[in-house]
Structure formats: structure tokens, C-alpha cells
Design a protein around this ligand. Sequence first.
Ligand SMILES: Cc1cc2nc3c(=O)[nH]c(=O)nc-3n(C[C@H](O)[C@H](O)[C@H](O)COP(=O)(O)O)c2cc1C
Length: 360
Amino acid sequence: MTPELFTSIQLRDLCLDNRVVVSPMCQYSSKNGCAQDWHLMHLGQFAVSGPGMIIIEMTNVAPAGRISPFCMGLYDDKTESALKRVIDYVKSLADTPIAVQLAHAGRKGSSRAPWDGGTQLTAAEGGWQTVAPSAISHSSSAHTPHPLSKDEIEDLVAAFASSAERAERIGFDAIELHSAHGYLLHQFLSPLSNHREDEYGGSLENRMRFPLEVFDAVRACWPDHRPLGMRVSATDWIKDGWDLEQTETLAKELEKRDCDWLDVSSGGLSDEQRVQTGPGYQVPFAEHIIQRTDLTIMTVGMITEPQQAEDIVASGQADLVALARGFLYDPRWVWHAANELGYDFKYPNPYLRCAPGNRR
Ligand SMILES: Cc1cc2nc3c(=O)[nH]c(=O)nc-3n(C[C@H](O)[C@H](O)[C@H](O)COP(=O)(O)O)c2cc1C
């Protein structure tokens, strides 16, 4: 019998051959927003290894939306052609579906790469003015962001749509909107970062307005047959912050809009978070949403073992399982999972002889 992890799933016209997704991972290896040779290797290794889908790293809709000066962008012709070169190459290797994660870092922008400490850059160091729903910083040592005016919010909605049009020209199979991990869309959702007094703040309905406007604008220009999903943080892990109940309300709004998947992560809004990690620690959030909506649900976070992933899908806790660090550590995770679960996986022809059953 085919393990549930290796059954296909349909998202509009896109068929994913299995339920394993490469989770988006910032590489801090772009130049002026442009993808580099590093990305050929980084994404190429995953494409030939047969995941159901690859979601490429947080790709920003404006220069000021980058976390760091080394983050990827999709906001002008140069960033578009640099990313097209990479995606054309990766697609020449395998027909693995590829999604782009469109994002804006908001108040978490203008930062150093994590391996340089991740703290924010001053203007003299090449940093920039960050933006947010309100003039509230991410931590006591962080920049105070510029609170966005309504016109600026409108411009950002248009920027997401414009990047989606670029994504279509590049040939991406799907888009995931990044509304998690304390970046701009999440900053609007959380009552801790959004103290606005206009129609973008206050009530839950108002705090959801900007992310939903972005969703609607992208959906309107993204071809109907191509799927559009969203990543959310199910909780801020902070008292009186964004929580699972509000996530459920957002999920129901997205369901009304025919959102194609919800990728349920958590945290990232503030240094005050107290995250309780452990194997599959975010699976209960996914399970909560899957039980209350008809959305296709992706779970992520400390899922490392094939049987663990199989159990999540087989028991209906989530439809899709995403791995990040597990794929960096073992880009052939899918092959190894297939072997462990007794599934005869189709290797690329030049690598057929390495399959355990073929080493005679
Ligand atoms: C190197 C690295 C970069 C990441 N960059 C992103 C990103 O661009 N967008 C995003 O939503 N999550 C990002 N994440 C979070 C992962 O997608 C994932 O949610 C998290 O690592 C938990 O999954 P894991 O335990 O399988 O690593 C990143 C994680 C890592 C390790």
C-alpha cells in the first residue's frame, strides 16, 4: 500500500506527487535583491530529490521589505531576470513544482545576516528606515519603524500584486504569502504590533484587513489555475497577542476566498515570546485548523522522521508536511523517507543505481 506521505494532492491545476514540501529558507546570499549562483545549487539539489513542492525563500516585494541587504527581491526587472535564470535552470533539472514566498519584512528589515548577529543596521552601515503598522519596535534595541500611511499601505498592496505578475512571468507554479514570523503582514494581525486607530487597526476585522487586501490583490492578478497559499503564525506565544482563536477566524476568511493552503507556523513577532518547542510542536495548531475548515493544511517545525511525517498525514492532522533544516541536513530526505516507508520512489535516471534495491 502507498504510504499516505507519497500520495498525490491537487491544488487547482497543480498536482503535487507527494505530501513533502521544502519549507522556505532565506539564504542571505542575494546581491541587491538578485538571486545568485548559490541559489542554483541550493534549489537544484532539492528539485532532483523529488519533494512534492519547493517553496523558495522569503522574496520581498520592495527593497525596504528585505530583512537584510542580502535578501532576495522580486521588485524590478533586474531581480526578476536574476530569479528567472535560477528557476529556468532548476526547472530544466526536474519538474518539481516551485512556489515563491512573497513577503515584506516591515519593522524586522534593515538587519544583518543571522551569522553576523542579526541586529539592525544604522544608516551609515547601509541600513534603511523600516516600516510597520505602528511606531513600535521589535525589541528594545531595534529601530522604531515608520507607521505606514493609508496611501503607503495601498502602494504596498500594489507592490505584492506587481511581484505576483513578475512571478507569473518567471513561471512559478504557486505563491505563498508570508503572513508569519513577525514580518509585515503578521505585524498588522497582532494587537501587540498594531496599535492603529484607523480601519487597519483595533478590531480583529480591521487587523486582518491589510493581509486580506494583499491576498485579494494577488489572487486577482495571479492566474486562476495556479494556487495561492498563505503562511501564518498560529500564535505569538505572548499573552494578549495573536493566538490560535484569531488564526481560526483568519483561516475562515481565507477559506471564503478559496485560499489553496494554509501553512501553519508560529512565533517571530517579538523577543518576548516564550516558545515551547519539541518534535512536531506546531502540529496541534495545524490540527486545530484542519478540524474547523476545509482548507488544505501544511504543518512545519521539528518534523524530522519519516514515520513521524507519515503519521501526521495518515492521521489527518495535516495534508502536507514541510521541512526546513531537515532538508539542509539531508537534501535526499524524500528518498530516505520512501525507503524507510517501503515506497518505490522514482529516482532521476542518472542516479537510478544508487537506490538501495538497485545496488547489485
Ligand atoms: C535557514 C533558514 C531560513 C529560513 N527562512 C525562512 C523564510 O524565508 N520564510 C519562512 O517562512 N520561514 C523561514 N524559515 C523557517 C522554516 O521555513 C521553518 O518554518 C522552520 O525552520 C521550522 O521547520 P524545521 O524544524 O523543519 O526547520 C527558515 C528556517 C531556516 C532554518
